[in-house]
Design a protein around this ligand. Structure first.
Ligand code: SIN
Length: 313
């Protein structure tokens, strides 16, 4: 008997992805060639490392450690600045176009006007989508409290970027709030085309008990990986009950069943980050194939057959 492969294609804000797996920002998104490599390994879309108005070196090492149940990081948003990032995006677009894998440009700034300026400049390089990273927990000492911690601030950034670009915008939210749904509603109301949830949890701390010192040079950092997946799934589930825009579910996804869980919570696409740190870009092909196998085994032919079914009572 001949069986057809399940259809993994996804439309995210009118942009077609060959499958729902998105390289999350911050992992391997620092050069056009790395982005291409991740796409060739099976990602359905790739996100650049978040870029700001001017170059930043980020925090000193150690910036990332695997603490056994996931990662903790305080990289400090190192990036070459928006002018250099425009060049990276232009090359990446050329490399990704034949693969049919869209490019998401992730941006940050320390002011509302700064977000708008970076969005406007980056739009000239024509990424397929822009991710607004308002949720990094690692730079408050230098850049101020994350905009994602407050609905009014999150909406102000979203509205400013909305006015600065015609490209679809994805707003990346923080789990480190008491009511993520209120923030999601606020950014949807301010013009977000999609929501990414979640950024890292915390900040947390890991102490080296021999030296008695926090291991990260920044002392604290955002926690990610398998340990936070249930929190991410709950956030995605709650956001999907409250907004009409698509959600990119991110947080601890490392196998096909994890991706299924995010989709069942209502996610349109699924971000993968820490699993790439642990397993290399090849994790995308593995997770994609596991997702397709799971769908075949359960008689599903498209993602919409089971997306959001966890909401059924
Ligand atoms: C970092 O560069 O410190 C991580 C970025 C983020 O959490 O958004």
């Amino acid at each position: 008997m001949r069986t057809t492969s399940p259809d993994l294609r996804v439309d995210l804000c009118r942009v077609r992805l060959p499958n729902p797996l998105v390289l999350a920002s911050g992992i391997l998104g620092t050069s056009a060639q790395l982005l291409e490599r991740v796409a060739r390994c099976g990602a359905g879309a790739v996100t650049t490392k978040s870029c700001g108005p001017v170059p930043r070196t980020g925090h000193p090492n150690p910036t990332v450690i695997d603490w056994g149940h996931g990662l903790i990081n305080a990289v400090g948003l190192p990036n070459p600045g928006v002018e250099a990032e425009v060049e990276i995006i232009a090359v990446a677009r050329e490399l990704l176009a034949p693969l049919g894998v869209p490019l998401i440009a992730s941006i940050f700034a320390d002011t509302v006007a700064g977000f708008a300026a970076v969005a406007e400049r980056i739009s000239a390089a024509r990424p397929d989508l822009i991710e607004i990273n308002i949720s990094c927990p690692n730079v408050a000492a230098e850049l101020g409290r994350p905009f994602a911690l407050d609905a009014v601030s999150a909406a102000q950034v979203t509205a400013a970027v909305r006015a600065a670009t015609e490209l679809p915008i994805i707003v990346k939210l923080s789990p480190n709030v008491t009511d993520i749904v209120a923030i999601a509603r606020a950014v949807e109301g301010a013009g977000a085309d999609a929501i990414a949830a979640i950024n890292t949890l915390g900040p947390g701390m890991v102490i080296d008990v021999e030296s008695g010192r926090p291991i990260l040079a920044n002392r604290v950092g955002g926690v990610s990986g398998p340990a936070i997946r249930p929190i991410a799934v709950r956030c995605v589930y709650d956001i999907c009950t409250a907004v009409n825009v698509p959600v990119v579910g991110i947080g601890g996804v490392s196998c096909g069943r994890d991706a299924v869980e995010m989709l069942m919570a209502g996610a349109t696409a699924v971000g993968v980050g820490s699993a790439v740190y642990r397993g290399g870009p090849e994790v995308f092909g593995r997770i994609r194939d596991e997702l397709a196998e799971w769908m075949s085994a359960h008689g599903y032919t498209s993602l919409s057959d089971f997306r959001g079914i966890a909401h059924e009572r």
